[in-house]
Write a protein that binds this ligand. Structure first.
Ligand code: NAD
Ligand code: ZN
Length: 346
């Protein structure tokens, strides 16, 4: 990111590892919708000459003097969110929200250089890097740092219960993983709200029971009709502030909305008063940044190793070589209908 609105290449010094850190070279990288928000929409404010990228699988090339578990040569899954685990804020139980301010557990391509580089720096390596087993593919591993953990967090935030009804609004890669997570948590009925045929097909594969097309009429009406009433949980994974209103309207009193979507416009996100019981309907709205860290990545790995979910089904485009990041980023910017998620095999 040269500045807001301009992406390009830049030569920088190789990063240096502090005592708890590691230097990693990428094996696989995934350009993300969030990179587009950052560079083309200024989502994180003006940044100049910042290396983009926060989704990586890599090989460790160097570790600091206090790093014990991770060794040079290890293949690792690198979470997008890399908290400082030795900080007091962690003890509040929300590691993604950090000492340097809101959302600063997210360091790559936000408050320090990201992973789209020949080498990148990882803080607190032993607590943030998960060893990648040989039994999973780079494509599978590359979906873990953000897409899987975020989608799964949507289901956690919405507190999806077994047998319950869930609407997932937006079925890009994050929403698709929210569908898979809802199915794994035992949801009864899962409404996948989307329009692109490839995403709808995959949502059904990941466990959706119904597909709802937002281009074919009001989704609140469609879902309430199909469900014979409001749903227990809504996961918001796409769209603008209007979807939050729809989410409140389609939610049962006592239900929970889990938002993982990035809202990039308007200062205020409106909540419809009557649908919210004038504030008294016990409808809960929770929103969060994806959890990172080694333990979380090890759980994502366990899900894939044991065949619970195959996130590589979302990989629609593969590019070779670091230069492929540029093509991948352009693809995410233009997002033709057939794209779900690109991966760059470095
Ligand atoms: P994406 O753009 O691939 O997917 C979003 C989908 O929502 C698209 O398919 C789009 O067509 C669909 N959509 C748009 N308007 C809609 C509407 N009105 N109703 C239903 N669907 C609609 O993006 P993604 O990579 O899947 O990420 C989804 C969101 O999550 C983005 O806003 C992204 O910035 C955010 N995100 C958040 C975190 C986090 O930690 N919370 C992490 C990664 C991404
Ligand atoms: Zn991402």
């Amino acid at each position: 990111m040269r500045k807001v609105g301009l992406a390009g290449w830049i030569e920088k010094d190789k990063p240096v590892a502090g005592p708890f850190d590691a230097i990693v070279e990428p094996l696989a990288l995934a350009p993300c919708t969030s990179d587009i928000h950052t560079v083309y929409e200024g989502a994180m404010g003006e940044k100049t000459d910042l290396i983009l990228g926060h989704e990586a699988v890599g090989r460790v090339v160097e570790v600091g003097s206090e790093v014990k578990y991770i060794q040079p040569g290890d293949r690792v899954v690198v979470p997008a969110i890399t908290p400082e685990w030795r900080s007091v804020e962690i003890q509040n139980g929300v590691p993604a929200q950090h000492s340097e301010g809101m959302l600063t557990g997210w360091k790559f391509s936000n408050i320090k250089d990201g992973v789209f580089a020949e080498f990148f720096h990882v803080n607190d390596a032993d607590m943030n890097l998960a060893k990648m087993p040989d039994t999973i593919t780079l494509e599978q591993a590359a979906m873990m740092p953000d897409m899987m953990t975020t989608g799964f967090h949507g289901a956690e935030l919405a507190d999806v219960q077994y047998g319950a009804s869930v609407a997932v609004i937006g079925i890009g890669p994050v929403g698709l993983m929210a569908v898979a997570a809802s199915a794994l948590r035992g949801a009864g009925r899962i409404y996948a709200v989307g329009s692109r045929p490839r995403c709808v097909e995959l949502a059904m594969e990941y466990g959706a029971t119904d597909s709802i097309n937002y281009r074919k009429g009001d989704i609140v009406e469609q879902i309430i009709a199909a469900n014979k009433g409001e749903v227990d949980h809504v996961i918001v994974a796409g769209g603008n502030e209007d979807v939050m209103q729809q989410a409140v309207k389609m939610l049962k009193p006592g239900g929970t909305i889990g938002n993982i979507n990035y809202f990039g416009t308007n200062e205020i996100i409106p909540i419809p008063r009557l649908a919210w019981g004038s504030g008294m309907a016990h409808k809960t709205i929770r929103g969060g940044l994806c959890p990172g860290g080694r333990g979380r990545m090890e759980r994502m790995i366990a899900l894939v190793v044991n065949g619970r979910v195959d996130p590589s089904k979302m990989v629609t485009h593969t590019f070779k070589g670091l230069e492929g990041v540029e093509t991948g980023l352009e693809l995410m910017r233009n997002k033709p209908a057939e794209v779900i998620k690109p991966v760059v095999l470095v």
